[in-house]
Structure formats: C-alpha cells, structure tokens
Design a protein around this ligand. Sequence first.
Ligand code: ADP
Ligand code: MG
Length: 699
Amino acid sequence: MTSYLDQDITYLKGVGPNRAKLLNAELGIRTIGDLLHTYPFRHEDRTKIHRICDLTEGMQNIQLRGRIVSITKQGEGPKRRLVASFTDGTGYVQLVWFRVSKHLETMYKVDVDYQVFGEPKPFGHYFSIAHPEMEELAKVINRPLLRMQPVYHSTERLDRAKITSKLINELVANAFEKLPTALPEVFPPALLQEHHLVSHHQAIRDIHFSQNAQAVADAKHRLKFEELFFLQLSILQYNRQRKVDYEGWLFPRVGRLFNDFYAHHLPFSLTEAQKRVIKEVHADLRSGRQMNRLLQGDVGSGKTMVATLVALLALDNGFQACIMAPTEILAEQHYKGISAQLEPLGLRVELLTGTVKGKRRKAVLEGIARGEVQIVVGTHALIEPTVTFLNLGLVVIDEQHRFGVKQRAALWAKNTRPPHILVMTATPIPRTLAMTVYGDLDVSVIDQLPPGRKPIETRHYRTSQRHLLHQLIDAELRKGRQAYFVYPLIDENEKLDLLALEQGYEAVRKAFHEWKVGRVHGKMKPIEKEEAMREFSTYETQILVSTTVIEVGVNVPNASVMVIENAERFGLAQLHQLRGRVGRGAEQSYCILVTKDNLAETTRQRMEIMVETTDGFVIAEADMKFRGPGDLDGTAQSGLPFDLKIAHLVGDTALMAEAREAAARILETDATRQTPQYAPIWRELNRLRQEQQNYSSIS
Ligand code: ADP
Ligand code: MG
C-alpha cells in the first residue's frame, strides 16, 4: 500500500511530465499519496436548485432553472456586453457576458429554458450573474442532479495550463480507482467511535467524490480532527520532551546591576503589574528549567522596562542578554532607550541590524563573541548563524507573532544550554490559539497602565466630516502638541501606495501650511527614515505623514493625535496598535478614524468597536470574528510544527480542544509507545515530522 501511495504521479493516467512538473511546483503534489491528500477548499452544491426570490447578497455559486425572456446588446466599445433577462417565475435576474463574440451573440435563445450556474451579485434592483455556466434544461432534465462539486486551489500557471478543478478531480479519481486496498486507518476503532469519525478511507473518498452535503461535512470533520490531533500530539510531546531535556541556566542572584539600577536609576516607579511579572520571571530563572514565557501587555503598558530589568538579572549572573525587535526602526528605538537608561551602569550595549555593516558590524560581532557586549538589541539578524555569543543566557523577543517553535529552536543552538526566552506582545492572543501556537509557553499579563494616563478618545469621521478633523488638529497643534497621519498599504502595488501617501502629504501640507510636515515610508533609505523620525521626536516637524512603518513601538509622548486614513482598510488589531502610538503622556489624546462616507455594515461595526473600547483583549476577540479564520492563519501558522491543509486555527477551536484532549490522553496512556493499537499513530507522527523537515530544507 505504502509503495502505491509513494509512487510518482507520472504513473497515473493523464499525468505526463509537464503536468507532473506543474502540479509539483504549484501545489506540492509529487506522489499519488500527495494527490489523494490534496483537499478541495470548498464544494459547489450542485444538488440544489435555488429560487430567484431566495437569492441574498454574498451567496456563492448557485443553480437556477428558468427561461430567457429577452436578450439585448448594451454599451459601446470595450464596455459592450450581452444582457439576458432570465426568470423562474419567482423573480428576475440578469445574465451578463462581456467580451461579446459573434458566436456568443447567437448561442442563447429567447423563450428557451436553461439551467444556469454562477455567482449572483446585487446590481440595482436585480441580481446579476456574470458569465454563467449555461445548459439547456431539456438536456439536463433527465440526468440525475450533479453532485457536490469539489473546487481545488488553483494558480495562474495552472489556469494557463488548463489544469482545472475538474481535471484535478479526474486525476484523483484515477488514483482512487487503482488503490490496491482501502486507505490505511491510523486511529483505533474506539477512538473513531468516541469522536464520531468516519474512516480515513471514507473521508478521502467523500471529500473528492460525494453526492450529498452531509457526507462532505462528515469527511471534513474527520480530516480536520486528524490534522488537529497530530498538530496537538506533536506540540504536547515536544513540550514534555523539552521539560525533560532542557535544563535552564540558573540565575539565583539578584546582584549589583539589578539592585543599583532599581534603587537609583529607575525613571519611574513600577506598576504593580510590572512588579508581579518580574517576580514571575524571576521564579522561572531560579527554577533550573528553561523559561519560555509569553508576556502579554497592552500597548503602552511598559513591557520594555520589564525586558530591561530581566536582562540585568541575566547580567548579574554572568550571562549575556539579547533583545529582538520586528523592525529596524523599533530595534533602533529600543537600543537608544535602553542604552540611555543603562548608561550610569557602564555596560556595553550594542545594536545589530541589517544596516549595521562593515567594520562596525565586525566590531559588534567580535564583542558579542568575546562576551564584551553584555546586551545586544537587534532584529532577526540576531538569529543568523554568524552571530555567536560567549555566554547567552536570555533572549527577549518583542512583538514577533511569526516567531514559533521552529525559530525559537534556532536560538537554542546559541549556547550549550538553551537561553531563557521571554516573548512580549501587545496583541492579545485568545487562549485557545495561544495554547496552539505557543503551546509550550507560560503566560504572564500586564493588565495595568502606568498611572496618570488618560484613555485615548477615539472618533470616527467620514470624508464629508473632514472639517471637524481639521479643527481638532489645529487646536492640538496650537497647544504645542503633534499629530500623525497614517495611510494604509492599499494593495500589493508599492507605487500606488506611495502615490496615495504623496497625495496625502501634499494635502496635509496645504491644510496645515503654518506647520512643518515630515514624512516616512518603507521605501526610504534607513538613514532618511531615521532622520524623519528624529525630526518629529525633537519637534522640528509637528506633523508626521507615514505608512504603517510607525505601527510598532514608536514613542513620541508629545504626539496627541493619530489620524488613520482609509481606516476601513485596516484590521482591528492593527488599528489598536496604531492608536497606541498616542496617549503616552498625561494629556488627553485622540485617535481619528477617517473612512469614506458609504460603509458596509461590518465596517461600520468595526469602527464602532474602536470608538467604544480601548481594551486590547476585547478588540482581539472581535478582530478574529470579523476577519474570519483565513486571514489569521497565515501569520499564526508559521509558528506551527505542521502546516494546516483543512482545519482552521480560529474557526475550529472547539474541535481543536477535543483533538488536544484526545492527543493528551494517548500521550498519557502510551508514554513508552509500546501499545500495539497506537503504533500507527506514532508512525504517522514521525512521517509528518519527516515530511515537514524535508519540506523546510528545500524551501
Ligand atoms: P509597551 O508595553 O507598549 O512596549 P513601553 O515599554 O514602550 O510600552 O512603555 C510606554 C511608555 O510608558 C514609555 O514611555 C515608558 O517609559 C513608560 N512607562 C513604562 N512603565 C512605566 C511606569 N511604571 N510608570 C510610568 N511610565 C512608565
Ligand atoms: Mg513595546
């Protein structure tokens, strides 16, 4: 059996070297097994005929049966189109074809009945379906209704090579027909029963070829469970192993550096929450086990000071510490802040990012290797193999959502024992998700802001209310405060984004001509960015127009207004991050969300949430709900041991919890991996890990 599944897809009827190459390059399909396990991402329900009066906005492809009552040519030149009015007796829809050819003009006929398939979109008073699939009803009426039609992922290259969903499904059918036996089952019967799972064989059959919606749902349930089960088994087993394998460095001492700084150089007194977190971290550092702790704290809650104090604990015990930031701007800012604060202690603190080059870089690297650099602040550049430490004891990772199990493992190789790790984030991660992505982390929370902060007032203005915005900013500028204008990345097209920013910049300069306006965006040279930021922080400019490069961590306490243009284009979590750039001083600050006048209902609701709450946890939960699972997965997934093909981290949380429990139980009852009935499970886990490893080594 295994040998059949491992065969190259070129053995299949219909797959020559060209198709094989494309399927491999575009969808990662190399073997027959890969092909069978390439799941459709949705199904078109061709078992149902809809009524026109039941159509609603947002429906995917549907089927209608009815009659064409008129066909007209409309528009001129490139806008020329053919429009047919179509009715089933319950209402009318318009069928529309663009790029009209002579052939098309005569293809469909008035007063003939058709079965129509396509996506209805509201258009004026009617729904319209562009380029529908059409069949004469007389030809289909005696045929059994088509089944649940699978839709597989496609790419431009596959499209061009005419490798359609239909073709992929045919190839899967060829592979399935030739199976020498049923596909092997990894779960014992008792487990299948307990979790109401169909067999693996049945699931694979039904997800590709099914006549009814329930069978597809059952198949998906089974395959999702399987995927989540192995994900959890892998994470849980890895945690257990880590706790056994990795002793941590012992930091028993609270020594001169920490005490001196704490007693004489703290610029403010710590909040109770900051003190509590430092105690929790300190307990880890004395435990003899490696610390892996996630610190959640809202924007402005003072995580950086916690990082600094924890670094001093490492130094007091004879170790080096490093602090990693997601962007160069933020790394530089951390570096400046921290080295200034620690100045009186006479330490060597260095910056290491991609822009530190040549002689300077060499000197920093040597200092780190010799142990002369005690604290190094930097970006991802720090995990490169060229960076070797004399004695790294602690790593702080700031705002790194993509920093998962695999990346952390790279850090572990930097000393004979892995360093202690503190991950800090202002984007609260709902519990179920944190358990999965950071399954092996303990969690601390700073749930308190430094005293004297006024909550930021958030307002939502539409384009037509722009004059209100100008009044507010004008008043703030006259009080000696400063303002940000942020523009979104509009699409993947950098030129367009830049254009929007430039136009915005000109408009702001015109509207506030008495004031100096700076600008910063991702395409500028680091030194120019730096200069623009510096001018803003020293009040040489009073307004800063920027793209989202200022999103994380930038700190100018005198800034009191954050204007977010095209706010509808941002996710809630991102709006929250941006808003956190103001409200850092004791004065009242404002965040203004500017959107166009006409908003979709969900956009209006999202703006409302921002106006109503500044609680990061509430916002994070709402963000997931609005964005749905799809968007988040990409980010969160890169931290996982395996990629998910069918389950969703966010959408399938209940199933995730169930799978986690099942995995934990098996780990518990079969710790030695000797129970014969679980042998297939352990084999599968090894196979998945192997596969992932091969994959990451080639990609
Ligand atoms: P974040 O948690 O978002 O990283 P920061 O560490 O940047 O927050 O802190 C935000 C601001 O609050 C900084 O200017 C910092 O100096 C200040 N701050 C931090 N802790 C306190 C405190 N206990 N009292 C007063 N100000 C504080
Ligand atoms: Mg921060």
